[in-house]
Write a protein that binds this ligand. Structure first.
Ligand SMILES: Nc1ncnc2c1ncn2[C@@H]1O[C@H](COP(=O)(O)OP(=O)(O)OP(=O)(O)O)[C@@H](O)[C@H]1O
Ligand SMILES: [Mg+2]
Length: 439
């Protein structure tokens, strides 16, 4: 065999080995090989990229420069070198890049007059220059910014829904950082879930149903699409309203339940149901609303009273529900003030916000509030090809890009049937509260 052929065989075998390593164990491939190469490239290219992205500053420096000088006696032009003060482009100091699960992060020392906002504005240019999927900017302390690069979109494919070990806590997907995306009703009691049609709102509700079905909780549905979404889950639902009239009755029942629980807590000198002894503690209720706007839309004046009742009852549940174990998860395409003042008040009570792909900037602003403008831009940039991707904002003021696990209607239906025996009846929930207390 000729030398060239041996060389070619070795190269092909190495390439195949690297490909297989990358495919079958990406984390070790990334740490051992990918990241060191990328880290060197990032450091080497930093001056050029900082200059191109407008992140450098002109500073006066003493510089050794060449100046042409005329030797008068002979008329010959000679080049001389001497120290001179010149303006040079200075780049922000970059520390060593560190590997992360999906890319790398690096800390920069900002230059005088710069703010983290300057780096946020340049984030898209930086990601294109380095050829990475996205750069997120944060500032752990004044004078420092951290650039977090993700090499590829980690949300293109996310794994399956894992079981939820804790009460009222469901891992519904994955955050862009690689961490689990968890909805915890004990920490954030009420949620708004907005998005255009086919953006993944109902899929997320399915994920919640699958996660909550095995837990000792009551699930209540409001499906204003005439019940087409939630009716298959009735075995695990303690109550379901499918039209406005049913919604008014069910919401009034919920308010009544809340008042009963208030009385029970007062009697036991407890501030909320979690302070009650376990034997007395009533079952937590998670209320799922699909197509929230339908609760507020008025076809003619005769519906005005009904809408006023619905809106007030829902708002009362949102205001007082947390302490008495009643939690809300409201889905809708638009959750704006154009639906009436009740919606604005309800929105203010829902501290958990999820914004799927939206068609207009107003819906993103309505859902996410006046969060970082980058979050709003990110919500509008969600492509239609990745349903389930959303911007998630929570109480900590942070926002994350996340994707829900895919949960088919069949999977949710199966969970509802499997755990049907855990469904408390609505009568049991509403009427036997004081009987237990007095027993
Ligand atoms: N996380 C996900 N991964 C993969 N596919 C998803 C995901 N979420 C939703 N989908 C798919 O996207 C489609 C639309 O999802 P879904 O029905 O949840 O949208 P929606 O926002 O409720 O729409 P509508 O407003 O019309 O009810 C479905 O076919 C669903 O299978
Ligand atoms: Mg839907």
């Amino acid at each position: 065999m000729s030398d060239a052929l041996v060389l070619l065989t070795v190269l092909a075998a190495t390439a195949a080995g690297l490909w297989a390593w990358r495919r079958w164990h990406y984390p070790s491939f990334w740490l051992a090989l990918g990241f060191p190469i990328v880290a060197v490239a990032v450091r080497v290219s930093w001056r050029r990229i900082a200059l191109g992205c407008g992140l450098t500053k002109k500073r006066q420096r003493w510089w050794f420069t060449t100046v042409p000088g005329l030797v008068a006696s002979t008329g010959i032009v000679k080049v001389r070198r001497r120290f001179q003060r010149v303006a040079v482009d200075t780049k922000p100091f970059m520390r060593l890049p560190m590997p992360t699960r999906h890319g790398w992060r690096v800390t920069l020392h900002t230059l005088e007059g710069q703010t983290p906002g300057d780096y946020t504005d340049a984030a898209e240019r930086l990601s294109h220059s380095w050829g990475v999927h996205a750069i997120r900017v944060s500032s752990p302390r004044p004078g420092r910014v951290v650039l977090m690069a993700t090499m590829r979109d980690p949300l293109v494919k996310v794994d399956d829904l894992p079981p939820s070990p804790e009460l009222l806590r469901v891992t519904v997907g994955r955050l862009e950082t690689g961490k689990p995306w968890t909805i915890d009703f004990r920490t954030v009691p009420h949620w708004l879930n907005a998005g255009a049609t086919q953006s993944g709102k109902s899929n997320l509700a399915n994920a919640l149903i699958v996660g909550l079905a095995p837990q000792p909780v009551a699930l209540v549905g409001f499906d204003l699409k005439g019940g087409v979404e939630f009716t298959p889950y009735t075995p695990r639902l303690s109550a379901l309203a499918t039209c406005r009239a049913e919604s008014v009755t069910l919401l009034c029942d919920l308010v009544g339940l809340m008042i009963d629980r208030m009385g029970l807590c007062r009697q036991a000198a407890a501030r909320n149901i979690w302070q009650l002894p376990p034997a007395l503690r009533p079952v937590p209720v998670v209320v799922l609303v699909d197509e929230l706007a339908e609760l507020y839309l008025m076809a003619d004046k005769s519906e005005k009273d009904e809408i006023a009742k619905t809106s007030t009852a829902l708002l009362r549940v949102a205001q007082l529900g947390r302490a008495f174990g009643i939690y809300l998860f409201c889905c809708g395409q638009r959750i704006g003030s154009d639906l009436g003042p009740g919606v604005t008040a309800l929105r203010a009570q829902c501290s958990g916000r999820i914004c799927h792909r939206v068609n207009d900037p107003e819906t993103a602003t309505m859902t996410l509030g006046d969060l970082d403008p980058a979050a709003l831009a990110s919500a509008r940039a969600i492509p239609a090809e990745t349903p389930g991707v959303a911007i998630v904002a929570s109480q900590d003021g942070q926002w994350y890009r996340a994707r829900s696990f895919y949960v088919s209607e069949q999977a949710a239906e199966h969970a509802a049937h499997t755990h049907a025996h855990l469904t408390p009846s609505w009568d049991d929930i509403t009427t036997h509260l004081f009987e237990h207390a007095n027993a």
